[in-house]
Design a protein around this ligand. Structure first.
Ligand SMILES: NC(=O)c1ccc[n+]([C@@H]2O[C@H](COP(=O)([O-])OP(=O)(O)OC[C@H]3O[C@@H](n4cnc5c(N)ncnc54)[C@H](OP(=O)(O)O)[C@@H]3O)[C@@H](O)[C@H]2O)c1
Length: 333
């Protein structure tokens, strides 16, 4: 085992700005605190919230590193108090509150999952953020279950492709929307049962046709704004509407009587500010429910492009272009 250096390469912009602020600089290697591990990072997944953070619109929560990056995969090289030292050498992927764009990152051990043989480090790094988000929102808050039909917007996004993969594994029929015929075709290739081009078709009418007028059990929504009343029209009786982003606007006018008449539930969540205890509980549940499918090679993330560490600006440019299908990953080591 190589000695741990005191200084590492990291991306840590001093001011908000365009992709060019993502320069590789030197930073001290962080030390794992109680319950934490130090990971030598092999790869870091890129997520839309990091683009918002880079622009200054989504500051890290108190105590989180200013270095962006919400998910990594790599090898445990040191452990903090209360974590077994014999975990050193274990390959893990981890959900973190920041610090992923670096050669070393600290993670609460409870937020780590082992990297099985079925996954490369690149694939493992592309999973935690979308897996924790889709699991807690579509399956826990939205109660999606085998035999249900659900509607997921942004079907080719990192979140959307993970939702498709999980629905495929758990027997949920999944309808997605995307902004071009090419993206709709790509969503079907990765497992969507139906894909609606929302620019050329009214998704409300399409969902009615696909479900024979019954509507879907859950809508996973990352658009907000005027999508919300339209999403409610897509829901069947007792349907659940789960908000995870407001890319189309943070305000909506909703028909309250419809909520009463059809017993609809409106909910939502943001993952990043949740406590370590909550994220640890989710990781435990994922280890029991989803990870066996990952180990068996039945669930993998969709990878669009892998960039070398010093090409992080290009990785963000690609995400901002919206031309990707699935995940963009930085290869760190
Ligand atoms: N709540 C949480 O805890 C949580 C956690 C992680 C991510 N998120 C959010 O989830 C979203 C997806 O994240 P990601 O990392 O997967 O990003 P991503 O890959 O960049 O995907 C963004 C998606 O949003 C769609 N989109 C954007 N504006 C739209 C609009 N006006 N109408 C319809 N679709 C629109 C795009 O679809 P088209 O290109 O087809 O239009 C694209 O598929 C982001 O908004 C992110 O902030 C929330």
């Amino acid at each position: 085992m190589n000695a741990i250096p005191t200084v590492m390469r990291a991306i840590d912009p001093e001011e908000p700005g365009g992709p060019e602020v993502l320069r590789v600089v030197e930073r001290p290697v962080p030390a794992p605190g109680e319950g934490e591990v130090l990971i030598r990072v092999a790869a870091a997944g890129i997520n839309r919230p990091e683009v918002l953070q880079r622009m200054g619109a989504y500051p890290p929560p108190p105590g989180a590193p200013s270095i962006p990056g919400l998910e990594v995969a790599g090898t445990i090289v040191a452990t903090g108090a209360g974590v077994e030292r014999d975990l050193i050498g274990q390959p893990v992927c981890a959900l973190i509150a920041g610090g992923g764009y670096a050669e070393y990152a600290v993670a609460p051990y409870g937020q780590c999952l082992p990297v099985p043989e079925a996954l490369t480090m690149i694939e493992a790094a592309a999973m935690p953020e979308t897996l924790f988000t889709v699991w807690t929102n579509l399956f826990e808050r939205g109660f999606a279950a085998e035999g249900d039909t659900v509607l997921v917007h942004g079907g080719t996004s990192g979140i959307g492709t993970m939702a498709i993969a999980l629905c495929n594994v758990f027997g949920v029929e999944v309808i997605v929307t995307a902004g071009s015929d090419e993206k709709c075709a790509a969503a079907k290739v990765v497992g969507a049962d139906h894909a609606i081009n929302y620019k050329t078709h009214d998704f409300v009418e399409e969902v009615k046709t696909i479900t024979g007028g019954k509507g879907v059990a859950v809508v996973l929504d990352m658009v907000g704004g005027d999508y919300v009343p339209r999403n409610l029209q897509c829901l069947g009786d007792d349907g659940r509407h789960v908000s995870i982003a407001v890319q189309g606007g943070g305000q909506a006018t909703i028909p309250i009587f419809e909520i009463m008449r059809r017993r609809l539930t409106l909910t939502g969540s943001t993952l990043r500010p949740r406590s370590v205890a909550f994220k640890t509980a989710v990781a435990d549940e994922l280890a029991r429910t989803v990870w066996p499918h990952v180990e068996a090679g039945q669930l993998k993330p969709v990878i669009d492009t892998v960039f070398a560490f010093d090409r992080a600006p290009d990785a963000h440019r690609l995400m901002e272009s919206g031309n990707h299908v699935g995940k963009i990953v930085l290869e760190i080591a």
